[in-house]
Write a protein that binds this ligand. Structure first.
Ligand SMILES: Cc1cc2nc3c(=O)[nH]c(=O)nc-3n(C[C@H](O)[C@H](O)[C@H](O)COP(=O)(O)OP(=O)(O)OC[C@H]3O[C@@H](n4cnc5c(N)ncnc54)[C@H](O)[C@@H]3O)c2cc1C
Length: 450
């Protein structure tokens, strides 16, 4: 876009300068394979049919019995794409030929696994331990996420909780051998646990229903209580992720209720997520801050501020029911909400700790400069990125001497599918910062006040 005026307020100038430095740092660390991947995402963003074909392929891949079955799906999906490149036509023809079917299916399977490997650190916490240690040594804290959303039986919920508990114990033992990293281990309030686990309530119980929250709450509460006890006993941080609106109130109520229990007054360190794309996000924040004011807990609640990963889903759900969407429908409205909530959270420090989770360099720079403006120390704000989407960004954050954390999903391809599809949607969206960046939108435009 032409005619972006230079920022005039000193605050805005500082945000743009820091944003530019982080973005340039990020781009200079980009590997050739990352460059190729980014070009692929830009290509997908321009072709909704191809994007739909890829997402469907990724979705069916783990359920296919063999390579031939995957080749059949590939052929059918590519058939629906009007603008095919020469490579796509060759792949589609090969997938339909008796002689080429198996080889094409094997190749497609390998490509899906390769893509998953960008976002998923390893299949088990044990095999992930080496990578987590490397990230720590390179200057980034981590949060482990055991993939396994949308549990369908209560037994699965129980097994998932057990895996989380084991991961907390095993990772605590592994983290004891990591070297000291003062910037990652303290803020002005006190010490920060090395071990950090993110959990999803829908993985703990199949009973999450907006219309009957009590049953889901009861079922998940038992598992979550066990995990909080375990985190407290080993000195780890437990973070409760936020999902779609279906479970938002249940998750928030459950988290705040359990954390109010006197048995958790001295720990563990814990956190919740606030989604800025929700129209009522500010009321949610009011509630969380009020809770924090009355809380007797010794360590402040961490609030991870995100825009929200379920935007498409919320719109579809609302339109199916004839509801007003609970999310903003203009990207700039989500961005403005994010900045406003960033201010409110940082103003509330040390009542709550703030983690800015974003790959949008403007959103990150805004938080860092605002924290500086109100006199907070650099370590009083945490910057979080997702493994696979924010790797180079994390390196640039470390280079600025800021406190960063990488969210590291662990699990197999089947458990990771919903996660993977969300990341691909996000990465190839025309509205997203990353999507715009790879399709050539100028940094000036992307760093401009929303
Ligand atoms: C460490 C980490 C942890 C996370 N944990 C969670 C979590 O627990 N729960 C969760 O929901 N998400 C979570 N997310 C994902 C997050 O919500 C975003 O989806 C993602 O980070 C993209 O936002 P962005 O600020 O990086 O990029 P940006 O490109 O600036 O923003 C993209 C986001 O803007 C919003 N958006 C896109 N189009 C529109 C539109 N037309 N109108 C209004 N808004 C729009 C959507 O939220 C979209 O994801 C996490 C992200 C990170 C980095």
């Amino acid at each position: 876009m032409l005619g972006i005026a230079a920022p005039t307020e000193p605050f805005e100038t500082e945000v743009v300068e820091l944003g530019r430095r982080i973005a340039c740092g990020r781009d200079s660390m980009r590997s050739p394979s990352r460059y190729v991947y980014d070009r692929g995402m830009a290509f997908l963003a321009r072709d909704p049919q191809l994007k739909a074909a890829l997402l469907r392929l990724v979705d069916v891949a783990p359920a296919c019995a063999d390579a031939e079955e995957l080749a059949d799906h590939l052929h059918a999906f590519l058939d629906g794409v009007a603008r095919r490149t020469a490579l796509m036509s060759v792949a589609s023809r090969a997938a339909a030929m008796p002689t080429g079917r198996r080889a094409t299916g094997l190749l497609a399977g390998a490509a899906v696994r390769h893509m998953a490997g960008r976002f998923i650190v390893a299949e088990t916490p044990t095999t992930a331990a080496g990578r987590l240690a490397r990230l720590w040594r390179a200057g980034s804290a981590v949060s482990l996420d055991l993939l396994g959303e949308a549990t369908v039986t209560r037994e699965q919920g129980r097994i998932y909780a057990g895996r989380c508990e084991r991961a907390l114990v095993d990772l605590t033992a592994a983290a004891a051998t990591w070297p000291m990293r003062p910037v990652l281990e303290r803020d002005s309030v006190g010490s920060l646990p090395r071990v950090n686990l993110s959990v999803k309530v829908t993985a703990l119980t199949p009973l999450v229903r907006r219309e009957a929250p009590e049953r889901g709450c009861e079922d998940a509460a038992g598992h979550l209580r066990r995990l909080l006890r375990c985190a407290r006993d080993v000195g780890a941080h437990l973070h409760i992720d936020m999902e779609s609106m279906d479970s938002r109130d249940l998750v928030l109520n459950l988290a705040l209720e359990l954390l109010s229990d006197p048995e958790f007054s001295v720990g563990p360190s814990a956190g919740i997520v606030l989604q800025a794309y929700l129209r009522d996000a500010e009321e949610t924040l009011d509630r969380v801050l009020e809770w924090a004011r009355l809380s007797q807990r010794s360590s402040p609640l961490t609030v991870r501020l995100v825009k929200g990963a379920y935007w498409d889903l919320e719109l579809i759900e609302a339109s199916q029911h004839g509801w007003t969407p609970p999310v903003f429908t203009e990207k700039s409205a989500s961005d403005r909400s994010f900045e406003h909530l960033t201010q409110r959270l940082l103003d509330a420090y040390p009542l709550v700790r703030t983690a800015i989770a974003s790959h949008n360099v403007r959103s990150i720079a805004y938080g860092v400069i605002y924290a500086r403006k109100i006199g907070l120390a650099p370590e009083d704000i945490e910057l979080q990125v997702l493994r696979g989407l924010g790797d180079n960004l994390q390196d640039a954050i470390v280079a600025e001497g800021l406190r960063g954390r990488t969210y590291c999903p662990v699990g197999d391809l089947v458990a990771g599918m919903a996660y993977l599809v969300r990341r691909l949607l996000e990465n190839s969206s025309n509205d997203s910062f990353l999507g715009n960046r790879v399709s050539g939108t100028s940094l000036d435009e992307l760093l401009h006040k929303p």
